[in-house]
Write a new protein. Structure first.
Length: 271
């Protein structure tokens, strides 16, 4: 399900006109030339979506109306509903560089049902166990995997992203894209949601209700010598802005990232 919004600057056109004149001392010896220089500001546009994740499912057809009885068919749950230990789902948040080159990062926030960042280490470690990146569809949807089996896979795609350990804190993780995020590129953060087969009541109870919120942030690469310099400038500007302006100009939010997960009859995402 794709729900995303564009970020950063709009397009601005600036036209400057310069008149270059050479005039002789006699009235009949005159000349003039004009050069018009056209300038436009480039646009920067990224999106984030989950191509293989269906958050909503299909509604139940309960028979319709007397004039249109319908099929009386059951609906299908979203990908995150009615899960049990051993379930695996394709969950693949992917950032796309629609226009412009940039330095890009994804901020992953692990929150409880009320939107508060989770900081308990035991709870966070369990939640992070369910997020994996596997190349070439190595983790198959519908197949169960133990903790040992999924532990050989990284949490995120470390070929494309590096965890910023200095900026990250418990429950808020900054994953910086490696290098310049070129126009036309795509970068998948992780690929699967996996509920280990050997989870039991203790793990499910500890995890409780939670949500994972993803934000993709980008800033132009031109004019910066490194990603560190670019992100420092962006952080400084973000800190000085009202949140509403920040949302419009710097963030692309994956609105599917707060999908509902139900494990062993317990909801582990916002109600």
């Amino acid at each position: 399900m794709k729900r995303s919004k564009k970020i950063l600057v709009g397009t601005l056109a600036i036209c400057t006109v310069a008149a270059l004149g050479i005039s002789g001392t006699l009235a009949f010896l005159t000349d003039s030339e004009q050069v018009t220089n056209h300038f436009s500001m480039g646009d920067l546009d990224i999106t984030i979506d989950e191509p293989h994740w269906d958050d909503d499912g299909t509604p139940e057809d309960d028979g319709g109306t007397p004039d249109d009885p319908g099929d009386d068919t059951p609906g299908t749950p979203g990908d995150g509903e009615n899960l049990t230990p051993g379930d695996t789902r394709d969950k693949d948040p992917t950032v796309s560089a629609v226009e412009g080159d940039s330095y890009m990062r994804v901020v992953m926030m692990v929150e409880d049902a009320d939107g508060n960042v989770i900081t308990d280490e035991t709870r966070l470690n369990l939640i992070l166990q369910t997020i994996r990146y596997a190349e070439d569809d190595a983790l198959k949807e519908g197949t169960g995997y133990s903790i040992d089996e999924i532990s050989k896979y990284k949490t995120v795609n470390e070929t494309l992203y590096t965890l910023d350990t200095k900026k990250s804190t418990a429950g808020i993780y900054y994953y910086n894209y490696n290098g310049i995020f070129k126009q036309g590129s795509k970068a998948e953060l992780f690929s699967d949601a996996v509920i280990p087969t050997d989870w039991n009541h203790a793990e499910v109870t500890t995890v409780g209700k939670y949500q994972i919120v993803l934000q993709a942030q980008a800033i132009q690469s031109a004019g910066f010598s490194s990603s560190a310099a670019a992100f420092a400038a962006m952080d400084e500007e973000i800190s000085a802005m009202p949140e509403s302006i920040v949302d419009q100009n710097y963030k692309t939010v994956d609105e599917d990232s707060d999908s509902i997960f139900t494990i062993a009859g317990r909801t582990v995402s916002p109600e």
